[in-house]
Design a protein around this ligand. Structure first.
Ligand code: AMP
Ligand code: MG
Length: 408
């Protein structure tokens, strides 16, 4: 058996260098897409010095006048409506947040710190609050300088990045095309949701759960079908998918002795290894190449299928999408209850998380059976228990992983 870490490292090494084509995508459709090239800032941000507050712009050399006779108002600047003149000594300008700083000013004083006197020669402002030269001014270029690398290639774009692109005036970006995925469930016992079930049948839950997970990544599902347990069905589906898919994913039919035709088809069409990964839930798992496609064979048990897609296949799929893959942050929690664990395999136990006086607490949730989705559906994360260890006593520290982007 090999460890989860070794299995993932092996697949990442095998798939490195696989490069998808690129396409230009508009801001409205960029969420979750992967940047294909480093992105250089076409603009300096802020583009001009502007006020961070509603108040008055003035020059700091007028600090003494401000607290004695006061400064006269030369006009106003609003966001989108600059003041075109130059402030003279003894003058201030009414200015609103985001408005361009006028020539002749270097400081903004908040309106809350100012009294306005209406006098015969116009309005004057006076303030007893100490003036800090340069305060409340957002300077040109303090966030981004034109020409600098704003984002690296391989960045997965989130709403923050989309805002950033828009803020420098870009309406689109070069990203990798979507990964083409063929997804199959298999097994004669399966009945499709929406149909009435014969007494010996179970519903095909994997195909739909796995699809929803995959669609949280930049993938396009190009084949999506149930396959009966026959050599012919498996052979023709896999062969057709391998013509155009980057990735083929199957659930079930890779158990030892279960369905030799799966192995037969994979041996005929490609080079796939059946792995015994020391993880629970998780066995069996297959990975390899079928013609021009990468192949992942997931277990049939619904919890195992979901956890292996999440923990084993996800980093590899992300890398295939062009994403720079980052390891999950290690997090520790205190076991609120005992966890049952047999030494041998790394366990991904489904847990609920809680906070007690700021300390993260983990408790197992639902049944840990690999066929049962209901308990999993209530989970907020996994407790990741090392292969060698046995039961966990209440109060012990355990490594936890909140459910990530595919399951949340
Ligand atoms: P297998 O990998 O074919 O030995 O299947 C393991 C278990 O998972 C069996 O109990 C199957 O009935 C069940 N199973 C297989 N495929 C699915 C599916 N698509 N949805 C739900 N359960 C499944
Ligand atoms: Mg089966």
């Amino acid at each position: 058996m090999q460890s989860v870490a070794d299995a993932v490292a092996g697949m990442l090494a095998a798939t490195s260098g696989y490069a998808l084509g690129e396409e230009s995508v508009v801001l409205q459709q960029l969420d979750g897409r992967i940047l294909a090239k480093p992105l250089y800032a076409p603009e300096t941000v802020p583009a001009f010095d502007n006020s961070a507050m509603d108040g008055y712009a003035l020059h700091s050399r007028d600090a003494e006048l401000l607290c004695s006779t006061g400064l006269t108002l030369a006009g106003a600047a609003l966001a989108g409506h600059p003041f075109r003149g130059v402030l003279q000594p003894g003058q201030a300008l009414r200015i609103m947040t985001g408005a361009e700083m006028p020539a002749g000013a270097d400081t903004v004083i908040m309106q809350e710190d100012v009294q306005v006197d209406v006098q015969a020669d116009g309005e004057r402002i006076v303030s007893q609050v100490p003036l800090h030269p340069g305060s409340h001014v957002r300077h040109a270029g303090e966030d981004i300088r034109r020409g600098e690398v704003m984002l690296a290639a391989g960045q997965r774009l989130t709403p923050l990045h989309i805002g950033l692109l828009a803020s420098v005036g870009l309406a689109q970006a070069e990203v990798f095309r979507k990964l083409r995925v063929a997804l199959f469930s298999s097994g004669d016992e399966l009945c499709q949701p929406g149909n009435s079930r014969e007494s010996h049948q179970i519903y095909d839950s994997n195909r739909f759960a796995l699809r929803a997970m995959l669609e949280r990544m930049p993938v396009e599902i190009i084949h999506f079908a149930w396959l009966p347990d026959t050599l012919e069905a498996m052979r023709s589906a896999i062969a057709a998918a391998a013509q155009e898919a980057d990735v083929i994913i199957t659930s079930a039919g890779v158990s030892v002795g279960d369905a030799d035709y799966t192995r037969q088809v994979l041996d005929e069409l490609g080079e796939v290894n059946f792995w015994r990964v020391a993880m629970k839930p998780g066995k069996p798992f297959a990975f390899g190449r079928v013609k021009n496609s990468w192949f992942f064979g997931l277990p049939g048990n619904p919890v195992s299928a979901i956890v292996t897609l999440d923990q084993l296949a996800q980093p590899v799929l992300r890398q295939l999408c062009g994403e720079r893959v980052q390891a999950a942050l290690p997090l520790l929690a205190t076991a609120a209850e005992a966890f049952r664990k047999q030494p041998g395999r790394q366990d991904f136990q489904r847990i609920r998380l809680d906070s007690e006086a700021g300390v993260l607490m983990a408790s197992p949730c639902g049944s840990q059976g690999s066929g049962l989705l209901h308990g999993f559906a209530d989970a907020q994360g996994y407790a990741v228990l090392d292969a060698e260890r046995g039961h966990v006593a209440p109060g012990e520290q355990v490594r936890v992983m909140p459910l990530g982007a595919l399951l949340n």
